[in-house]
Design a protein around this ligand. Structure first.
Ligand SMILES: *Cc1c(COP(=O)(O)O)cnc(C)c1O
Length: 341
């Protein structure tokens, strides 16, 4: 394989096709074995289920190079399980965990030259997804599907230093009560684009969505869960059936408990936000991105940790999780870091 020549220190978060991706088709009630492909483009029928009724679910995870030259992924089994659950919610044949994990390993192993060097702080972002290729015109689940997993090299999220974000409470809702907020599906993102563009136009980085039924509880942003820290260093994270169960958030909670912090996973009233000492959002992209300001209409809440840096407790959690991902710190549970040979 020819050595890949990219400007590793200046990668952003943009799609860049790499050598190989994994493709497997579901037909006649079963999954084929699947394997690597050179083809980045997909041809589907004009009446494919994905084109008409949006049957699609996806995942996101990263492969990293460690300082001693190993290549690792972080808890890929959790992504496999989550996509399994997402698929069932929209009547798609779930991708078996074995195939999902094999796809991650095969794509990472076949594209090692596309993984940014350790020193750059970047990663190979992996995007597994499942969509309906079978034809449907009357509303029903399709009977043919494709599972794909591609990767794209991405830069260090904090290459210009950690910068807290300013967010606003959206006038729109992200997910209906008893809807699809707890699965990772493209449809949840399509409807968040309008509020996202609106927030940007008003100078905010992100939206905070509230619970759609009462608009009194904090849910999440369009693509990341919240973590708060109280003045006495208790970690608080919202609980709701319409929040997407972030693997980063669940990992940080486990780490926090191991470090001896008190953690509360419970409904969080918006009225509590002004009492917190630190706030952040968490997800695969940044691990933790601090939130410095929350605006709801005329009310502006300046989080005490401010707009210059991440607060001390979130910094501790961030450094511990990054240390685990890069094999510098032992994980609190076995199997968190998976080496790809
Ligand atoms: C993917 C996603 C997250 C973050 O999940 P991670 O597993 O930590 O990357 C949070 N919220 C939503 C809506 C998401 O789609």
């Amino acid at each position: 394989m020819a050595k890949v020549d990219l400007d590793w220190d200046n990668l952003g978060f943009a799609y860049q096709p790499i050598s190989k991706r994994f493709v497997a088709n579901y037909k006649d009630g079963k999954w084929e074995e699947g394997g690597l492909s050179d083809k980045a483009n997909i041809e589907v029928n004009e009446c494919a289920g994905i084109m008409q009724y949006c049957q699609q679910v996806f995942e996101g995870l990263k492969a990293y190079k460690t300082e001693d030259g190993r290549v690792v992924t972080f808890r890929p089994d959790q992504n496999a399980k989550r996509m399994y659950n997402s698929a069932k919610r929209i009547e798609m044949p779930p991708v078996p965990e074995e195939m999902f994990l094999r796809a991650v390993d095969e794509v990472v192993a076949a594209n090692k030259d596309w993984i940014p060097p350790f020193e750059s702080g970047g990663a190979l972002y992996l995007r597994p997804y499942l969509f309906a290729t079978g034809e449907v015109i009357g509303v029903k689940p399709a009977d043919e599907y494709q599972f794909r997993l591609f990767g794209t090299p991405v830069g260090n999220y904090f290459k210009n230093g950690v910068k807290p974000i300013s967010i606003c409470v959206s006038d729109f809702d992200r997910a209906a009560p008893r809807g699809t907020g707890n699965i990772k599906a493209g449809l949840n993102y399509a409807m968040s684009l309008y509020p996202y563009i609106l927030a940007h136009a008003k100078g905010f980085d992100e939206n905070m969505f509230l619970d759609p039924a009462t608009r009194t509880y904090v849910e999440e942003t369009g693509g990341a869960n919240f973590l708060f820290v109280t003045k006495d260093n208790t970690i608080v994270t919202p609980k709701s059936d319409s929040i997407l169960p972030s693997i980063t958030r669940r990992s940080l909670v486990t780490i926090a408990e191991h470090l001896g912090y008190k953690v509360e996973t419970r409904p969080v009233k918006f009225d509590e936000v002004k009492e917190f000492a630190e706030a952040g959002v968490c997800g695969t992209a940044a691990v933790i991105c601090p939130v410095g300001r929350v605006t709801r209409g005329d009310e502006v809440i300046n989080i005490p940790s401010g707009m210059k840096e991440m607060g001390p407790v979130l910094t501790k959690l961030y450094k511990t999780l990054r240390g685990i991902q890069l094999c510098k710190i032992d994980a609190p549970e076995p199997g968190w870091v998976h080496e790809v040979k």
